[in-house]
Design a protein around this ligand. Structure first.
Ligand code: GDD
Ligand code: MG
Length: 335
């Protein structure tokens, strides 16, 4: 079976990290996010992935010039302009000539979903499309999907106001689609699968959903981008992965706890890094504190500075010695 992987968004919520690369090319424990996503699909019977590209497509093409990613064959479908989620699905499927049942995934989701079980469910229901679900505490950031007992979707409410969601089961961003779904998507304009296509299918009763009932995270915000990596190095998803890349230099007098330290990054004596992610080549100078934050590629946290509270320091930026950065983006996003 083939899968379309949506990776064309701007990654706005992860700026400034996404100023220079798409979010799916940011590392998750020393490997681009896309490799985790495609690798998972490959282990579940997907033999070709169509990457639905828009924002900075060359970063992907340069990384996988032979069009193989995590052992899976790639096709590149580059949109001339952002087509939104359904428009992107249609464009990519047409580009690759998909005319049979296929899978779609949001490229920023990491999960241990048993895709085979979803396909079986889809088949059993005779669904035209099947959405996977995940239970969360705050559904307001997601697509909210109430169903009946058989799994037929009763409504699809994208990002309802806080407190107004009809259930805490949300759209987990993996779909099994019959090719007829493509005919429901207007060819000549941006179309949202969440706001337009799925709600229309609800009216016809041909949209089903099943709880994936497993590990799941959308990595698209700084908090979740950090969390997804801590989960891997703390062994929440199988054997714990190595948190500190072998070429990183952590001084014996530094304190690094619950953190991921990328290739060639350096942490000096007397510095503390906790609950954080240092991307490749980042530097934390003597006595500095980095807590629950992300330090971009080659960025520097000067001596005795404090970077805390889900701050994000962009690639190559410098936090001056002794500075205090709390819950901020460096540099700040344009107004
Ligand atoms: N090719 C292409 N073109 N891809 C796009 C476009 C586009 O115009 N817009 C977004 N994408 C890609 C993003 O790169 C991302 O991988 C995926 O589509 C989903 O977009 P996000 O921006 O991450 O959406 P979200 O997280 O706010 O919400 C979506 O995911 C939630 C679960 O993670 C929705 O599908 C929600 O319903 C869902 O609950
Ligand atoms: Mg997302």
């Amino acid at each position: 079976m083939r899968a379309v992987v949506l990776v064309g968004g701007f990654g706005t919520r992860l700026r400034p990290l996404t100023n220079a690369r798409p979010k799916q090319m940011l590392p998750i424990v020393h490997r681009p996010m896309i490799e985790h996503v495609v690798g998972h699909l490959g282990r579940h019977g997907i033999d070709e992935v169509v990457l639905s590209l828009g924002f900075m497509p060359d970063v992907f093409r340069d990384a996988y010039p032979d069009a193989v990613c995590a052992g899976v064959r790639l096709q590149y479908a580059v949109e001339p302009e952002p087509l939104d989620t359904a428009g992107a699905i249609r464009f990519a499927a047409c580009h690759a000539g998909i005319d049979e049942r296929f899978v779609v995934v949001n490229g920023d989701v990491l999960t241990d979903l048993d895709l085979g079980r979803v396909v079986e469910f889809h088949e059993r229901c005779g669904a035209e499309a099947t959405i996977t679900l995940h239970k969360v505490n705050d559904p307001s950031r997601y697509g909210v999907v109430p169903t009946d007992e058989e799994g037929r979707v009763l409504a699809f409410v994208e990002k309802p106001p806080p407190g107004e969601a009809p259930t805490n089961l949300i759209n987990a961003g993996t779909y099994v689609l019959e090719p007829t779904v493509l005919d429901r998507i207007a060819p000549d304009r941006p179309v949202s699968v969440e706001r337009e296509v799925f709600p229309a299918m609800v009216e016809e009763g041909c949209l089903y959903a099943v709880d994936g009932d497993t590990y799941w995270i959308d990595t698209g915000t700084p908090r979740e981008y950090i969390q997804a990596q801590l989960d891997l190095v703390e062994g929440l998803r199988g054997p714990a992965m190595e948190a500190i890349e072998p070429t990183a230099e952590v001084d014996a007098g530094a304190r690094v706890v619950r953190s991921v330290v990328g290739a060639g990054a350096r942490v000096a004596a007397g510095a503390t890094v906790a609950g954080s992610v240092l991307l490749d080549g980042a530097v934390v100078e003597a006595g500095a504190v980095v807590e629950a934050s992300i330090i971009g590629h080659g960025a520097v946290v000067g001596a005795d500075a404090r970077v805390t509270g889900c701050s994000v320091v962009g690639d190559g930026h410098r936090v001056e010695p002794g500075a205090v950065v709390e819950g901020e983006r460096v540099p700040p996003p344009p107004a």
